[in-house]
Ligand binder design. Structure first.
Ligand code: IPE
Ligand code: IPE
Ligand code: MG
Length: 236
């Protein structure tokens, strides 16, 4: 079945460090430029007919980076929600955060919670930001919750279906992504939406995230109707 607009677009925003290195700038400048870019992309989504945008901002594996870089990323997460709040609300963007947020500093989670609460009633675009998110950690947490329900007698093991698992994922309120975009020329998922992307279409672009424009997104979205999604059915 051919589809016109991807309702849910997920983006692995990669390439900030290389963007900065090419300009002989500190990596933090790349992350800052990347955050600015996200603002532009969020603005563009409603005009393109996208209803759900999910972006990968920090992975469970990104703790392996140098403390200075992690501190810099956390500082941006403290700063940006506040500076974007008015515009997001005006444009009807509901923001939510997924990931193991309890591992983050309170000074960060407070800002994220405030933004989520402030935009909770918005309905033009649902922006989900994955912070300290890992697909495997998410599935392990879902398995633990399901196991607890079985142990308490609330659920029978033989009644566990794909829908049961889906309902315990952090994305339980979101449709599966139709399209996953990764910037910076890497061809991998890096633990992003492993379960949810089972039937997603993929676009890998060489552009580094801070250079990825709304025009780039628009041309990917324009190409999308050409894709035939069969979901396992025979062609034709
Ligand atoms: C993506 O850019 C942002 C995060 C992973 C936090 P990178 O920082 O991974 O940039 P490269 O891949 O080193 O260029
Ligand atoms: C994936 O990018 C995570 C984010 C974009 C937040 P990475 O740069 O961490 O991925 P790898 O290490 O190249 O796979
Ligand atoms: Mg990277």
């Amino acid at each position: 079945m051919a589809t016109d607009v991807p309702r849910h677009v997920a983006i692995i925003m990669d390439g900030n460090g290389r963007w900065a290195a090419r300009r002989h700038l500190p990596r933090q400048q790349g992350h800052r430029a990347g955050a600015e870019r996200l603002r532009d992309i969020v603005r563009a989504c409603p005009k393109l007919g996208i209803k759900f945008l999910t972006v990968f901002a920090f992975s469970t594996e990104n703790w392996r980076r140098r403390p200075e870089e992690i501190d810099g990323l956390m500082a941006l997460m403290r700063l940006y929600p506040h500076s974007l709040a008015d515009e997001l609300k005006r444009n009807g963007v509901r923001v939510q955060f997924i990931g193991e947020l309890q591992r983050l500093d309170r000074s960060v989670t407070n800002r994220l919670d405030e933004l989520a609460a402030l935009t909770a009633s918005c309905d033009q675009l649902c922006l989900t930001v994955a912070v300290n998110y890992g697909g495997r950690a998410e599935m392990a947490a879902a398995a633990r919750q399901v196991a607890e329900r079985v142990a308490s007698g609330e659920l029978l093991a033989r009644d566990i279906t794909e829908d049961t698992l889906s309902a315990h994922l952090l994305t339980k309120d979101l449709p599966d992504p139709d399209l996953v975009i990764r910037t910076s020329g890497e061809f991998r998922l890096s633990n992003f939406l492993l379960w949810q992307a089972a039937y997603a279409e993929f676009e890998f672009v060489d552009t580094l995230w801070p250079d990825f424009t709304p025009g780039d997104l628009a041309s990917i979205v324009r190409r999308y109707p050409g894709r035939i999604r069969r979901f396992g059915a025979a062609a034709g």
